[in-house]
Write a protein that binds this ligand. Structure first.
Ligand SMILES: Cc1cc2nc3c(=O)[nH]c(=O)nc-3n(C[C@H](O)[C@H](O)[C@H](O)COP(=O)(O)OP(=O)(O)OC[C@H]3O[C@@H](n4cnc5c(N)ncnc54)[C@H](O)[C@@H]3O)c2cc1C
Length: 337
């Protein structure tokens, strides 16, 4: 899968060699499929992989769930008229475990490389030799990059409603962003009786008409063409300073919470390190079967595209697992290449 070439051995590689010399590693004992990332794409891939009979393991640096945990309520997943992200994840985790998937939480995949002609994944806790890999590392929340943002993270600055753990009923909150996640957060907060300002730097919300109409019908105050200058407070956020580009004026709002919802950027670093093709926006390039340019390495979910839909990530995860099966077994089970 990965060509190691000639290079100097790192400390961890020397340790591995010593370990093997002592009989510690058995290179013939490879795991069929390692999935890096336990969001919906990774969990879906794991369920499919295990159902196909592959020995399957998930490495998740936090707890499984990813961004879906931050979705207060999901209303567009086929077959489930309404479900919280947390409930969907707990169902998927249960299903994965029941099918024999080994889920390693709080274990980060640090590197993929080759060793003695075998591919391995080096994690924060162990080293695994693998036949194939699915990268389902999703994305990270984009930052505003203004004074106060980092300082008040968790103290009034949040990336999701679920992570805030607070009630904003009757309080002033600012949601920053112009896209789907910003609007969904704003609508949820308005439904929870918060007094919501939706602050968008562009002249139009970048959402589908249905969402735009929902915002118009709500009590949300939309401030277009407005940039955030800074976030201030004491032990908690108290104020947000804005610049209205239309009237060239600085505005200050007393605020109890700021939700930064600027979208998500792909977490493709681990793929980049081993030469997986990445596009100009940082997404892993895959074909229709979720194959990357490196045989045996597949990718699925938000790390391959900016489509923030659970249904899409789940479909891609399942496809990637089927492709991994075809790769490992050397067969074409489902359709043409
Ligand atoms: C507020 C909000 C509301 C939403 N509402 C909806 C909705 O109503 N309907 C809908 O369809 N979609 C919705 N979405 C979008 C949806 O949640 C995402 O598109 C989907 O969850 C992405 O899943 P993923 O598995 O591709 O990536 P992620 O969920 O980002 O999962 C990636 C996982 O990989 C892990 N990881 C990353 N790097 C490593 C590493 N090196 N080692 C180990 N683990 C690693 C991360 O910790 C993470 O758990 C919403 C999203 C948000 C934020």
């Amino acid at each position: 899968m990965v060509n190691s070439g000639l290079r100097q051995l790192s400390v961890s590689e020397i340790n591995v060699r010593l370990y093997i010399a002592k009989g510690g590693y058995n290179l013939s004992l490879e795991i069929d499929l390692i999935i890096i990332g336990g969001g919906v794409a990774g969990l879906s891939a794991a369920i499919q992989g295990a159902k196909l009979g592959l020995e399957t393991m998930i490495l998740e640096r936090k707890n499984v769930g990813g961004k879906a945990i931050d979705a207060y309520v999901i209303k567009d997943y086929p077959g489930l008229t309404q479900i919280s992200g947390a409930k969907l994840i707990s169902n998927m985790k249960k299903q994965a475990l029941e099918n024999g998937v080994r889920i390693k939480e709080l274990e980060e995949a640090l590197k993929i490389d080759a060793f003695n002609d075998k591919t391995r994944v080096i994690s924060s806790k162990d080293i695994y030799f693998v036949k194939s890999i699915i990268i389902a590392t999703g994305g990270r929340y984009k930052k505003l990059g203004v004074p106060g943002e980092e300082e008040f993270i968790g103290k009034g600055v949040f990336h999701s409603i679920t992570s805030s753990g607070l009630s904003f009923k009757g309080k002033n909150v600012a949601v920053v962003g112009c896209g789907d996640i910003a609007v969904l957060n704003a609508l949820t907060l308005a439904n929870l009786d918060a007094n919501v300002y939706l602050i968008c730097s562009e002249n139009k919300l970048q959402v589908i008409d249905v969402l735009r109409r929902k915002v118009l019908r709500s009590k949300i105050k939309v401030l277009l063409n407005t940039n955030v200058i800074s976030i201030d407070g004491d032990s908690f956020v108290r104020k947000i300073t804005l610049f209205d580009k239309e009237i060239n004026k600085t505005i200050e709002l007393e605020i109890d919470g700021v939700f930064v919802a600027l979208g998500i950027e792909p977490e493709s670093d681990i793929a980049k390190q081993i030469g997986v093709s990445i596009d100009k926006n940082g997404y892993i390039v895959v074909d229709k079967k979720q194959r990357t340019n490196i045989p045996g390495i597949f990718a699925a979910g938000n790390v391959t595209n900016g489509i923030l839909k659970v249904a899409v990530s789940i479909g891609e995860g399942a496809t990637a697992a089927i492709s991994a099966y075809e790769y490992i077994k050397g067969v074409k089970v489902y359709g043409k290449n």
